[in-house]
Design a protein around this ligand. Structure first.
Ligand code: SF4
Length: 249
Protein backbone atom coordinates (compact mmCIF):
# COMPACT_ATOMS: atom_id res chain seq x y z
CA UNK A 1 0.00 0.00 0.00
CA UNK A 2 1.75 3.17 -1.17
CA UNK A 3 0.80 6.67 -0.05
CA UNK A 4 0.35 8.77 -3.15
CA UNK A 5 0.76 12.26 -1.74
CA UNK A 6 3.31 14.05 0.41
CA UNK A 7 0.71 15.15 2.97
CA UNK A 8 -2.23 12.81 3.48
CA UNK A 9 -5.23 12.57 5.77
CA UNK A 10 -6.41 13.47 8.29
CA UNK A 11 -7.17 9.86 9.17
CA UNK A 12 -9.02 9.11 12.38
CA UNK A 13 -7.74 6.41 14.71
CA UNK A 14 -8.55 5.65 18.32
CA UNK A 15 -4.87 5.73 19.24
CA UNK A 16 -3.82 8.98 17.52
CA UNK A 17 -7.15 10.77 17.09
CA UNK A 18 -7.27 12.91 13.95
CA UNK A 19 -3.88 12.42 12.32
CA UNK A 20 -2.17 13.99 9.32
CA UNK A 21 0.51 11.92 7.63
CA UNK A 22 3.63 13.16 5.86
CA UNK A 23 5.40 11.01 3.28
CA UNK A 24 8.95 12.27 2.61
CA UNK A 25 9.54 9.55 0.04
CA UNK A 26 8.57 9.34 -3.65
CA UNK A 27 4.81 9.60 -4.21
CA UNK A 28 4.73 6.59 -6.51
CA UNK A 29 7.52 4.45 -5.15
CA UNK A 30 9.25 3.17 -2.05
CA UNK A 31 12.70 4.12 -0.80
CA UNK A 32 14.19 2.35 2.19
CA UNK A 33 17.52 1.02 3.40
CA UNK A 34 15.67 -1.95 4.91
CA UNK A 35 13.55 -4.40 2.95
CA UNK A 36 11.52 -5.85 5.82
CA UNK A 37 9.70 -9.09 5.12
CA UNK A 38 6.55 -7.53 6.59
CA UNK A 39 6.71 -4.10 4.88
CA UNK A 40 3.27 -2.76 3.99
CA UNK A 41 4.82 -0.91 1.04
CA UNK A 42 6.06 -4.14 -0.58
CA UNK A 43 9.60 -5.06 -1.63
CA UNK A 44 12.05 -2.31 -2.55
CA UNK A 45 12.53 -3.76 -6.03
CA UNK A 46 8.83 -3.30 -6.79
CA UNK A 47 8.71 0.36 -5.85
CA UNK A 48 11.30 2.11 -7.95
CA UNK A 49 8.97 3.81 -10.43
CA UNK A 50 9.40 7.26 -8.94
CA UNK A 51 12.56 8.62 -7.30
CA UNK A 52 11.56 12.23 -6.61
CA UNK A 53 12.02 13.15 -2.96
CA UNK A 54 9.97 16.18 -1.90
CA UNK A 55 12.12 19.15 -0.92
CA UNK A 56 11.74 21.10 2.33
CA UNK A 57 9.92 23.82 0.39
CA UNK A 58 7.50 21.37 -1.24
CA UNK A 59 6.68 19.75 2.10
CA UNK A 60 6.24 23.15 3.74
CA UNK A 61 3.82 24.34 1.06
CA UNK A 62 1.81 21.11 1.04
CA UNK A 63 1.59 21.00 4.83
CA UNK A 64 0.70 24.66 5.21
CA UNK A 65 -2.05 24.35 2.58
CA UNK A 66 -3.48 21.31 4.36
CA UNK A 67 -3.32 22.91 7.82
CA UNK A 68 -5.03 26.05 6.49
CA UNK A 69 -7.75 23.98 4.83
CA UNK A 70 -8.33 22.02 8.05
CA UNK A 71 -8.41 25.19 10.16
CA UNK A 72 -10.96 26.82 7.86
CA UNK A 73 -13.09 23.67 7.84
CA UNK A 74 -12.95 23.33 11.64
CA UNK A 75 -11.24 19.93 11.30
CA UNK A 76 -9.29 18.97 14.44
CA UNK A 77 -5.69 17.75 14.10
CA UNK A 78 -4.31 15.80 17.06
CA UNK A 79 -1.13 14.52 15.47
CA UNK A 80 1.20 14.96 12.51
CA UNK A 81 3.09 11.78 11.74
CA UNK A 82 5.99 11.15 9.37
CA UNK A 83 5.23 7.66 8.12
CA UNK A 84 5.69 7.37 4.40
CA UNK A 85 6.65 4.81 1.84
CA UNK A 86 10.10 4.05 3.20
CA UNK A 87 12.57 5.58 5.63
CA UNK A 88 11.86 9.32 6.17
CA UNK A 89 15.38 10.18 7.35
CA UNK A 90 16.75 9.23 3.92
CA UNK A 91 15.28 12.47 2.62
CA UNK A 92 18.33 14.81 2.75
CA UNK A 93 16.07 17.70 3.84
CA UNK A 94 14.75 15.75 6.84
CA UNK A 95 16.32 17.98 9.55
CA UNK A 96 15.07 21.18 7.87
CA UNK A 97 11.64 19.66 7.28
CA UNK A 98 11.32 18.77 10.97
CA UNK A 99 12.19 22.34 12.01
CA UNK A 100 9.65 23.81 9.60
CA UNK A 101 6.95 21.29 10.54
CA UNK A 102 7.31 22.13 14.22
CA UNK A 103 7.00 25.85 13.39
CA UNK A 104 3.83 25.22 11.32
CA UNK A 105 2.41 23.01 14.07
CA UNK A 106 3.04 25.79 16.62
CA UNK A 107 1.29 28.30 14.39
CA UNK A 108 -1.78 26.29 13.35
CA UNK A 109 -2.36 23.45 15.84
CA UNK A 110 -0.06 24.00 18.84
CA UNK A 111 -1.52 21.03 20.74
CA UNK A 112 -0.87 18.52 17.96
CA UNK A 113 1.92 16.01 18.57
CA UNK A 114 4.58 15.49 15.92
CA UNK A 115 5.80 11.89 15.54
CA UNK A 116 8.38 10.24 13.30
CA UNK A 117 8.40 6.54 12.49
CA UNK A 118 11.96 5.55 11.59
CA UNK A 119 14.02 2.39 11.32
CA UNK A 120 16.74 4.17 13.37
CA UNK A 121 19.52 3.45 10.88
CA UNK A 122 20.34 7.15 10.56
CA UNK A 123 19.68 8.12 14.19
CA UNK A 124 23.44 8.36 14.71
CA UNK A 125 23.85 11.11 12.09
CA UNK A 126 24.11 14.27 14.25
CA UNK A 127 21.60 16.42 12.29
CA UNK A 128 19.12 13.52 12.14
CA UNK A 129 19.58 12.81 15.85
CA UNK A 130 18.96 16.47 16.78
CA UNK A 131 15.84 16.57 14.59
CA UNK A 132 14.51 13.36 16.17
CA UNK A 133 15.13 14.78 19.64
CA UNK A 134 12.96 17.82 18.82
CA UNK A 135 9.77 15.95 17.91
CA UNK A 136 7.23 14.76 20.48
CA UNK A 137 7.54 11.10 19.58
CA UNK A 138 10.58 9.59 17.91
CA UNK A 139 9.32 6.05 17.25
CA UNK A 140 12.39 3.98 16.44
CA UNK A 141 12.51 0.42 15.21
CA UNK A 142 14.60 -2.38 16.67
CA UNK A 143 13.23 -5.77 15.64
CA UNK A 144 16.09 -8.11 16.52
CA UNK A 145 19.12 -8.13 18.81
CA UNK A 146 21.74 -9.57 16.44
CA UNK A 147 22.86 -8.81 12.91
CA UNK A 148 21.97 -12.33 11.74
CA UNK A 149 18.44 -12.08 13.15
CA UNK A 150 17.97 -8.58 11.72
CA UNK A 151 19.03 -10.00 8.34
CA UNK A 152 16.09 -12.42 8.52
CA UNK A 153 13.43 -9.87 9.32
CA UNK A 154 14.72 -6.48 8.11
CA UNK A 155 17.01 -7.47 5.20
CA UNK A 156 19.13 -4.30 5.49
CA UNK A 157 20.48 -2.83 2.29
CA UNK A 158 24.22 -2.30 2.84
CA UNK A 159 26.04 -2.38 6.16
CA UNK A 160 23.94 -2.72 9.31
CA UNK A 161 25.15 -3.52 12.79
CA UNK A 162 22.77 -3.72 15.73
CA UNK A 163 25.63 -2.54 17.97
CA UNK A 164 25.82 0.74 16.00
CA UNK A 165 22.07 1.27 16.31
CA UNK A 166 22.16 0.59 20.04
CA UNK A 167 25.01 3.12 20.39
CA UNK A 168 22.91 5.72 18.53
CA UNK A 169 19.80 4.98 20.58
CA UNK A 170 21.72 5.30 23.84
CA UNK A 171 22.17 8.99 23.02
CA UNK A 172 18.42 9.52 23.45
CA UNK A 173 18.67 8.87 27.21
CA UNK A 174 15.43 6.92 27.01
CA UNK A 175 13.52 9.80 25.37
CA UNK A 176 12.12 7.78 22.51
CA UNK A 177 9.59 5.08 21.74
CA UNK A 178 11.02 1.71 20.74
CA UNK A 179 8.93 -0.14 18.18
CA UNK A 180 9.31 -3.86 17.56
CA UNK A 181 7.50 -6.20 15.19
CA UNK A 182 6.73 -9.67 16.57
CA UNK A 183 6.21 -12.31 13.90
CA UNK A 184 7.04 -15.83 12.80
CA UNK A 185 8.81 -16.55 9.55
CA UNK A 186 9.93 -19.78 7.91
CA UNK A 187 12.25 -21.43 10.47
CA UNK A 188 12.46 -18.43 12.81
CA UNK A 189 10.31 -16.41 15.17
CA UNK A 190 10.63 -13.38 17.44
CA UNK A 191 10.41 -15.68 20.48
CA UNK A 192 13.79 -17.17 19.43
CA UNK A 193 15.47 -13.87 20.27
CA UNK A 194 13.08 -12.19 22.70
CA UNK A 195 15.50 -12.64 25.63
CA UNK A 196 18.30 -10.84 23.79
CA UNK A 197 15.87 -8.14 22.64
CA UNK A 198 14.66 -7.60 26.21
CA UNK A 199 18.26 -7.12 27.33
CA UNK A 200 18.58 -4.32 24.78
CA UNK A 201 15.34 -2.75 26.02
CA UNK A 202 16.80 -2.78 29.54
CA UNK A 203 19.99 -1.17 28.27
CA UNK A 204 18.14 1.58 26.35
CA UNK A 205 15.23 2.12 28.73
CA UNK A 206 12.86 3.74 26.19
CA UNK A 207 9.97 5.69 27.71
CA UNK A 208 7.54 3.43 25.84
CA UNK A 209 7.90 0.13 24.03
CA UNK A 210 5.42 -0.57 21.21
CA UNK A 211 5.08 -4.22 20.31
CA UNK A 212 2.95 -5.08 17.32
CA UNK A 213 2.42 -7.82 14.78
CA UNK A 214 1.53 -8.11 11.11
CA UNK A 215 -1.83 -6.70 10.21
CA UNK A 216 -2.05 -6.42 6.44
CA UNK A 217 -0.77 -8.35 3.47
CA UNK A 218 3.03 -8.74 3.56
CA UNK A 219 5.47 -9.05 0.64
CA UNK A 220 6.87 -12.29 2.08
CA UNK A 221 4.29 -15.06 2.10
CA UNK A 222 4.34 -17.59 4.92
CA UNK A 223 4.61 -15.11 7.80
CA UNK A 224 2.44 -15.60 10.85
CA UNK A 225 1.23 -13.13 13.41
CA UNK A 226 1.23 -13.42 17.18
CA UNK A 227 -1.89 -12.97 19.27
CA UNK A 228 -1.99 -10.15 21.81
CA UNK A 229 -1.94 -12.76 24.58
CA UNK A 230 1.19 -14.41 23.15
CA UNK A 231 2.96 -11.07 22.85
CA UNK A 232 1.98 -10.12 26.38
CA UNK A 233 3.35 -13.41 27.72
CA UNK A 234 6.65 -12.83 25.90
CA UNK A 235 7.11 -9.29 27.27
CA UNK A 236 5.73 -10.06 30.74
CA UNK A 237 9.21 -9.79 32.36
CA UNK A 238 9.45 -6.19 31.12
CA UNK A 239 5.91 -5.41 32.30
CA UNK A 240 6.85 -6.81 35.72
CA UNK A 241 9.93 -4.58 35.76
CA UNK A 242 7.72 -1.52 35.25
CA UNK A 243 8.27 -0.75 31.55
CA UNK A 244 5.45 0.97 29.68
CA UNK A 245 4.54 -1.49 26.93
CA UNK A 246 1.85 -0.98 24.29
CA UNK A 247 0.78 -4.19 22.60
CA UNK A 248 -1.09 -3.95 19.31
CA UNK A 249 -2.57 -7.09 17.75
S1 SF4 B 1 11.84 0.02 7.65
FE1 SF4 B 1 9.66 0.42 7.32
S2 SF4 B 1 9.50 1.19 5.22
FE2 SF4 B 1 11.52 0.24 5.44
S3 SF4 B 1 11.25 -1.84 4.67
FE3 SF4 B 1 10.96 -1.86 6.91
S4 SF4 B 1 8.76 -1.61 7.23
FE4 SF4 B 1 9.21 -0.99 5.11
Amino acid sequence: MLRETTVFGPIFSRRLGSSLGINLLPEKGKLCNFDCVYCECGWNKDGRGDTHLPSAQEVHEALEAKLEECMKGGVPIDSITFSGDGEPTLNPDFPVIIGRTLALRDRYYPDAKVSVLSNATRAGVPEVFHALRKVDNAILKLDAPTDAQAALVNKPVGTYHVADIVRSLRQFDGQFVLQTMFLRGPGWATEDWVEGWMDLVRELHPRTVMVYTIDRETPHTGLQKYTVEEMRALVQPLIDEGYTIQIKG
